[in-house]
Design a protein. Structure first.
Length: 94
């Protein structure tokens, strides 16, 4: 894999086995889409769920407010946050 790349998993001709899709940078998987509908951002811990979204902890939490829109992130302790133009709101505690 290159420094910024994506990978489509291939399967043998005639095989009915579907494979996940990975988007990687520096050989680290940043986004993973599983065949059962699970999606992982910076991680893939689904805890036996199917059709669920996993968001990995932010390695560095945002310190500046965006000028528009917002940033959804998970703190190191596992709390879900939304940081908008003027506030940082904890949506769900760890």
């Amino acid at each position: 894999m290159g420094a910024g790349s994506f990978r489509f998993n291939t399967r043998a001709v005639g095989s009915a086995t579907a494979l996940p899709l990975f988007f990687q940078t520096s050989d680290v998987t940043r986004l993973q889409i599983e065949t059962n509908g699970n999606i992982g951002f910076n991680g893939n811990i689904y805890s036996n769920g199917v059709g669920v979204l996993h968001i990995g902890n932010a390695t560095t939490t945002p310190t500046v407010f965006p000028t528009s829109g917002g940033i959804l992130y998970v703190t190191a302790s596992g709390a879900l946050h939304w940081r908008g133009p003027s506030t940082d709101t904890e949506i769900a505690p760890a």
